[in-house]
Structure formats: structure tokens, C-alpha cells
Write a protein that binds this ligand. Sequence first.
Ligand code: GRF
Length: 196
Amino acid sequence: MKRVAILISGGGSNMVALAQSMLGDHPARPCLVLSNVASAGGLAKAQAMGIPTAVVDHKPYGKDREAFEGALIAAIDAHQPDVIAMAGFMHILTPKFITHYAGRMLNIHPSLLPKYKGLHTHARALEAGDTEAGCSVHEVTSELDGGPILGQARVPVLADDSADTLAARVLPMEHQLYPAVLRRFVQGDRTMVVLP
Ligand code: GRF
């Protein structure tokens, strides 16, 4: 049975979708939900699902990224994960961290990568007049939002869309895409998932 650690910073709706998918004949189970933000709403959701949780607050470490990541790695590895799934984890990680989990760390990004790496993805898609948008699950490498793409889901952009209405259309697709990619990834299957 593969063990999956999920990293969050906020509400954790993707974490919930991933955890809810890892039941029954699924080859993996969540072993940890960790947040860098003590007040993250997702922590209570994980606890309600009986998943071990941890908090490693980045603030006490100030600019010392190495020290923060050392604490992060220790907290994660205490639960012996096979795979790390970043799900709304809003903290830039250094190559040290990424190297430690090389080849076994995923992230979900709310754009059709390689378009719109970074933040404010939906506003940028609207600004560009795109007729479709979506989300991508990719392997995490040292290039921000740049690793191999393992899945994508597309949604239409509507004429009266705002960043919020577009985000609301993409988020349910994230909740379908990420579990589908994770199920394959934990079995070593890198066949791309394309939705719908
Ligand atoms: C999602 O939009 C995801 O694409 C992005 O941050 C948001 C996290 O939402 N990474 P949640 O915490 O999973 O609800």
C-alpha cells in the first residue's frame, strides 16, 4: 500500500478529494496532511477524516529557508511517505527540498500549463481573451510549475466570466483530475490524464 503525504496551506478541497479517492481497492492511502499555516481550514477536515496532521509554520524561520525545509522534511519523513502531493501549498520550495523528493512529488496548478505559471492564473487567462482554461497536474521539479505534465482538465471560458466564476468552474475539475493522476502515479503509470 503506497503512502501519500498531502501538503496544504488553505481550505484543502483538493486534499479532501485526494483523501476521499484513496479508499477501497485504491493502491494508496493518505499518511499525513501537513500545512505551513497553522490556521489552514484543511487541517480540521483531515482530522475529521482520521488522517494524521502536522504544522510546520514557516514564519519562525524568517528568511532561513534551509532551516524551514529541514523541519518540513523531518515532519514529512516521520510518516514515511512514498509520494508527496502538493495541494494548494503556497510556499516556494528550494531545489534542496525538491531534490529530496525527486520523482515522487506532484502539484496541481490552476492553468493549462505551460501557460500562466505562477499566480493569478484565471485573471491572466481572461485578460488574454482565452476561450478555454483549466488545470494541470505536474511532477514537481526545480522549475516553478514547470515539471512534466501528467494530467490536464479543460473548461470553457464564458463571455461574462470573472476570475472567481472561472475558478469556480475549474475547481471541481481539479477534484476529478488530481485523484485520477495520483491513482496512476502511485502505480508508476505516467500515462497522461485528459479531461473531459
Ligand atoms: C486550487 O485552486 C489549486 O489549483 C491551487 O490552489 C487552490 C487550492 O485550493 N493550487 P484547495 O486548498 O485545494 O481548496
